[in-house]
Ligand binder design. Structure first.
Ligand code: AMP
Ligand code: MG
Length: 414
């Protein structure tokens, strides 16, 4: 048959189709705060107390009443006591008096301002404070960080180090999070060998399971490694069933392009409702997505392409956000930073291209990017050398040197 060639699916449409098919499990569990990093909050966390719990000093110096500050002159006050962090001064502070105070110490009643030690000079029992201080300076108000009863952290928060500290500041020793997502992995292809075995002619090592495991570990998923499966229909179906019954998501690599011996495609199609897409992107054109069922359980299925770079790029473009959504996370979209292309970039319009690039600081302070050698989708080394990906959208053709393009960094802060 010579029908029209179907157009490749744009990346944005594939992302929408995936997002619409997802349903987060929502099975909360209680975990200790120290083990909560990277987990997703199952509900809002309500602050049980004001943070800070008292008005306190933001600097070392002298606590005083704002009313006592001279209009434009130095202020001279009588020192009546000391307040240390953890040991508050509890006496009265009459007008005209000041209390020596340390950062974090509770402000004595009546005081609302702290004169920093650098602007103070002690003269016997009196302290001279240089002009220019205003009421409220260097005082931290009770509840200025968080108010009791307010939402300290919202449901869906993907917990970062600052959140862990915030929860500790509220006195929580444990926290309710969504359970970890279980993701099963398998590789397929008769040309692949497991690491640890010698390579015979024409064979290569199965590296994708390791790359995928590493990316899944960073997302905080539980990984079930189903191994390397030979191109044998019965074996492939059995392994897919096992993944489906044990995991929320099954990810395969290889075997989904139309040129492949189609055992994997056939087994996927037989177990559920799976679409085989050709996506308008490079690298990573073929991809399968759908839901498979076995033994009364079902799982989401991502059939990623086999080439090692295509696996990573399709994971970043589609799987990462889908898994976060399934984890219950309301994560902010990945930021794309504008950088200067330091060389011309060959690019075909009509598809999204992800080109591996290294960053470089330019003399004018901007950041520039240069491609890491050959962009072949089997060349993992150029991915390893890169700081991130240039994301060149569908409408763009070849990019001239000096143009601004979008850069997606691989790393954030730890
Ligand atoms: P496929 O999509 O099955 O046609 O595979 C495309 C290319 O990716 C072939 O050269 C495969 O050898 C390679 N490939 C497939 N699976 C893996 C894997 N698990 N690890 C490394 N390379 C792979
Ligand atoms: Mg293959």
């Amino acid at each position: 048959m010579n029908g029209p060639v179907p157009a490749d699916l744009p990346v944005a449409q594939a992302r929408l189709a995936i997002a619409a098919a997802l349903c987060a499990p929502h099975e909360p569990e209680r975990v200790e705060l120290r083990g909560a990093l990277g987990r997703v909050l199952a509900g809002d966390v309500i602050a049980p107390l004001d943070v800070p719990a008292h008005d306190n000093a933001g600097m070392d110096g002298y606590a005083l009443r704002g009313d006592d500050l001279a209009e434009s002159d130095d202020t001279v006050l009588r020192v009546v006591g000391r307040g240390l962090a953890g040991h508050a001064y509890t006496g009265a502070v009459p007008p005209g008096a000041a209390v020596r105070i340390m950062t974090g110490a509770v402000l004595p009643s009546g005081c609302d301002t702290v004169a920093p030690i650098e602007r103070c000079e002690l003269d016997g029992e009196r302290v001279h404070i240089a002009a220019g201080l205003r009421r409220g300076d260097n005082a931290r108000a009770r509840g200025e960080d968080l108010r009791a009863g307010g939402v300290a952290l919202p449901a869906g928060r993907w917990l970062r180090p600052a959140d862990i500290g915030l929860l500790a500041s509220l006195g929580f020793s444990d926290v309710t999070v969504e359970r970890r997502l279980r993701v099963a992995l398998l590789s397929s292809g008769d040309e692949l060998r497991p690491i640890g075995q010698p390579l015979d002619a024409g064979a290569g090592y199965d590296s994708n399971r390791y790359t995928l495991t590493a990316m899944l570990q960073r997302l905080g998923c539980e990984v079930l490694d189903l191994g390397l499966v030979a191109d044998d229909p019965a074996r492939i179906e059995a392994v897919l069933r096992r993944g489906c019954e044990a995991a929320d998501v099954v990810i395969t690599s290889g075997g989904v392009s139309s040129g492949d011996a189609d055992y994997l495609r056939r087994a996927m199609a037989a177990l559920g409702d799976v679409a085989f897409w050709r996506i308008a992107m490079r690298p990573g054109r073929p991809m399968a997505f759908g839901r498979i069922a076995s033994g009364g359980r079902d799982a989401l299925l991502f059939g990623l392409p086999g080439n090692p770079v295509a696996v990573m790029v399709t994971f970043y473009a589609f799987v990462r956000d889908a898994l976060l959504q399934l984890m219950g996370a309301r994560a902010t979209p990945l930021p794309l930073w504008p950088v200067v292309a330091l060389e011309a970039l060959r690019k075909k319009p009509g598809r999204t291209e992800y080109q591996r690039a290294r960053l470089q600081r330019l003399a004018d302070g901007r950041w520039g990017a240069r491609i890491t050698g050959s962009q072949g989708s089997a060349i993992l080394h150029s991915m390893s050398e890169a700081d991130g990906l240039l994301v060149l959208p569908d409408e763009l053709g070849t990019v001239a040197a000096g143009a601004t393009v979008d850069f997606l960094p691989f790393e954030g802060l730890i």
